[in-house]
Design a protein around this ligand. Structure first.
Ligand code: ATP
Ligand code: MN
Length: 477
């Protein structure tokens, strides 16, 4: 007898005759049909119980959520909905689940409800599919970069520089909040803290990644990042995972080419590897859509949308062109935007980004050459002295998914920007050293992993694509 997992068994049933399987009961119907799932695939295995010859006490314990072991003959199923089934010869209850207490019942639960049961929600079809796709996407990301000769680097999670995220960082401290040491000026004396200075959780590994790109050539990070921004949206988490490649000798065009190739490559991989999960999620989205008013329904189904991104060229549009388009749009003229576009230089809100992608271009869009004023200090200044070599990739239904730039490699320009923004340049001595010794044009970008998972799964809230979301007022589990 063999002990396969369901994914193996259901893909090569001809290899099995008698089987022993273990998993959790999804449903038990008519005292006869168990839908068993072991998490390895979206598909359940139907196990047919001979209830006349099964102990009443055992039958009572075959409840949704219970862990069981079943052995029997694998045969072709006559019933609808599955090709194989097991004629149960022996059944053992490994772990009971009291139906009066187990919260995940075979009925439709709202995602809000399931967030409160985040430790059990992965036992539902939707969440197991999302988390399998999340895993496959992670692997695809490493494979893409490793195949291209990029090196994976681990940038620090606790950081001593606050140049990037002033104001939205989480402090790391071991000082007693009740009675912290006070210095001569009456402020908290962080010299007495664990690291002898103020430290925070990182908002990005970019600055450190740049130092490694200027030694290893092409590198990438893939790690957790933290932002204490109080934006309670469906696209922001306080703790999220980011992929940040950084490439020496790349200009902005090379950077855009890489980002586009990267996204298409990993989505293609997931289409190949997660076909069944995607078909399930596609159907789920379709059903959810049907409950919405016509105007809110999505014009494309999930798989169609993924294919659309893989098959179409991303439209590359300068910020200035985008502002013209937005300013002259009906939406703007009829004051339908919450934030009206009045002049060049304003930052784009997600409603504008989505208008460009979903209404105007009907394609993923790469916006580039943003006003320096609304972008970070390290982006390379253009000849016009007004715009910088930034690029954001905007996706349907999501808005910004990637933010990147060509970095300022000229010491004089970089120092000028740092001064203008009032950033403490002593903190950045090591970053400035890169511009002093062997400086070279280089570029990189950051892809928010959960936004990508949102896109690939058709889920609508970022809290539902990470196992345990961290958001304002919520750090349960
Ligand atoms: P946004 O304008 O959407 O807040 P941002 O400009 O702050 O994004 P960057 O600093 O450029 O984003 O970060 C790079 C990428 O990280 C973004 O393109 C996005 O995919 C992702 N990202 C940023 N903030 C968050 C967050 N709070 N939660 C999840 N992903 C995020
Ligand atoms: Mn942000």
């Amino acid at each position: 007898m063999k002990y396969p997992r369901l994914v193996e068994l259901l893909s090569k049933p001809e290899n099995y005759d008698s089987v022993l399987v273990r998993g959790w009961v999804r449903t038990f119907r008519a005292n006869r049909f168990i839908a068993l799932n072991d998490g390895s695939t979206i598909e359940n295995l139907q196990c047919v119980v001979d209830f006349k010859n099964t102990d009443e006490k055992i039958l009572k314990k075959i409840n949704t959520g219970a862990a069981i072991e079943v052995s029997g003959k694998l045969i072709k199923s006559m019933g609808k909905g599955q090709s194989q089934e097991v004629l149960v010869e022996k059944i053992e209850i490994i772990g009971e689940a009291d139906p009066d207490l187990y919260p995940i019942q075979p009925k439709k639960h709202s995602f809000e409800f399931l967030r409160e049961k985040a430790h059990l929600r992965v036992r539902t079809a939707t969440f197991s599919a999302v988390m399998r796709i999340r895993s496959v996407l992670s692997f695809a990301i490493h494979q893409f970069f490793q195949d291209k000769g990029f090196y994976y680097i681990h940038t620090p999670i606790i950081t001593g520089s606050d140049a990037e995220g002033a104001g939205e960082m989480f402090r790391v401290s071991v000082l007693d909040p009740q009675k912290p040491p006070i210095d001569a000026d009456g402020s908290v004396d962080f010299k007495q803290d664990f690291f002898g200075k103020e430290t925070n959780l990182t908002v990005s590994g970019q600055l450190e990644a740049e130092t490694y790109a200027l030694g290893l050539g092409n590198v990438y990070t893939f790690g957790p990042t933290f932002r204490a921004e109080n934006s309670n949206t469906s696209r922001h988490l306080a703790e999220f995972w980011m992929i940040e490649p950084e490439m020496a000798f790349y200009d902005l065009d090379d950077n855009m080419d890489l980002a586009e190739e990267f996204i298409k490559n990993i989505l293609t991989y997931v289409m190949e590897k997660c076909e069944k999960d995607l078909i399930f999620l596609d159907q789920r989205l379709e059903n959810e859509d049907k409950t919405k008013p016509l105007i809110q329904r999505s014009p494309m189904r999930l798989i169609q949308k993924i294919k659309f991104v893989i098959e179409n060229e991303f439209k590359r549009v300068s910020y200035s062109e985008a502002i013209d388009i937005l300013k002259n749009s009906k939406q703007n003229k009829k004051k339908k935007f919450k934030y009206l576009i009045q002049e060049w230089g304003t930052d784009l809100q997600s409603e504008h980004e989505r208008y460009l992608v979903e209404k105007h271009f009907n394609a993923p869009v790469i916006l580039y050459d943003y006003p320096a004023k609304i972008k970070a200090f390290y982006m390379r200044m253009n000849e016009d002295q007004k715009t910088v070599r930034a690029m954001d990739i905007l996706f349907p239904g999501i808005g910004e998914i990637v933010g990147g730039s060509q970095r300022e490699e000229r010491l004089v320009f970089l120092k000028k920007r740092i001064q203008e923004l009032g950033i403490d340049d002593e903190e950045l001595w090591w970053y400035l050293d890169l511009r002093r010794f062997g400086s070279t044009p280089h570029s990189g970008f950051g892809l928010g992993f959960e936004r990508l998972v949102l896109f690939a799964t058709g889920m609508s809230n970022i809290r539902d694509v990470i196992p345990y979301p961290r958001t304002p007022q919520n750090a349960s589990f």
